[in-house]
Design a binder for this molecule. Structure first.
Ligand SMILES: Nc1nc2c(c(=O)[nH]1)N[C@H]1C(S)=C(S)[C@@H](COP(=O)(O)O)O[C@H]1N2
Ligand SMILES: [Mo]
Length: 258
């Protein structure tokens, strides 16, 4: 296959994804020409990643309303105990902002209201925790792809890092802050959303209020709660202990496929 043909097939795949997401030229947040963003993205991807992107967009199973679990436990942090988070919580997250930065053309800060005004996706999926429990929940949120397209990834960007508001383990070097990361295949997957609602209600504190990641083809510990900042990076080596996540820095697999 020639390089040109590969590029064209990639573009077809990318525009299909955009239409699945319900993006269109009128969406206020997509400030620049989407085609430009996609081209830039294509430039930044290796051949190998492009093929994976075309072939690896299978959806995780989605369930019916009747399958939603009556109880969905909260795991890990269920209430961040630092002053910054408690202040946001006491103000119903009206002063909270999601920062989008790192290797992006247009860094952004979005309020919860701004995120809720964007096109959303709802999905009923099964969450599987490595500790051996599962639960089915309904999640509503903003497709991560839409935010990344609005921010415009720089060609060097390879991973998206999710910073959280909870320090899971107190440490002198700060490496106890919960964080996670995805490569661009999972970041642009149509079921990868930043969820602000669960089972038709606002996300509860125990489940990651005001915003948490859902990445449905991976295990529970990838589903970062209490998001504060999204950072596009070229590699994960410089972040905390370099393995791409709080649990990854403590021996878990970075790719936690189900
Ligand atoms: N910020 C943050 N995100 C987190 C965790 C955490 O402790 N802190 N725990 C992870 C684990 S191991 C699981 S199983 C899920 C639990 O999500 P839930 O509390 O909504 O059930 O969140 C994941 N995301
Ligand atoms: Mo978990």
């Amino acid at each position: 296959m020639t390089r040109i043909l590969t590029r064209r097939r990639f573009l077809i795949g990318a525009s299909l994804t955009a239409s699945v997401l319900g993006l269109n030229g009128c969406d206020a947040i997509v400030e620049s020409d989407r085609t430009n963003a996609v081209l830039k993205l294509a430039e930044g991807l290796t051949m190998r990643t492009q093929r994976l992107l075309l072939g690896d967009d299978a959806l995780a199973r989605e369930f019916a309303e009747a399958d939603i679990s009556p109880t969905f436990r909260s795991n890990g942090t269920n209430m961040p105990d630092n002053a910054r988070y408690i202040d946001w919580m006491n103000r119903q997250f009206t002063t909270w902002r999601l920062e989008v930065g790192g290797l992006v053309e247009r860094p952004m800060q979005l309020s919860l209201g701004e995120l809720k005004a964007l096109p959303s996706r709802t999905q009923i999926t099964r969450h599987d925790c490595v500790e051996g429990w599962s639960a089915i929940g309904k999640w509503t949120g903003v497709p991560l792809a839409a935010l990344l397209q609005a921010a415009g990834l720089k060609p060097e960007a390879r991973y998206i890092v999710f910073h959280c508001a909870d320090e899971y383990e107190k440490s002198l070097d700060g490496s106890g802050w919960y964080y996670e990361s995805l490569d661009l295949i999972d970041a642009f997957h149509p079921q990868t959303i930043l969820a602000y609602a669960m089972n038709g209600r606002e996300l509860e504190v125990g489940h990651g209020a005001p915003l948490r990641l859902r990445v449905e083809r991976q295990l529970g510990y990838k589903q970062a709660k209490y998001l504060t900042r999204i950072e596009a990076v070229a590699d994960l080596g410089g972040i905390y202990r370099g393995n791409g996540g709080f649990w990854e820095d403590r021996g878990y697999e970075w790719y936690a496929g189900i």
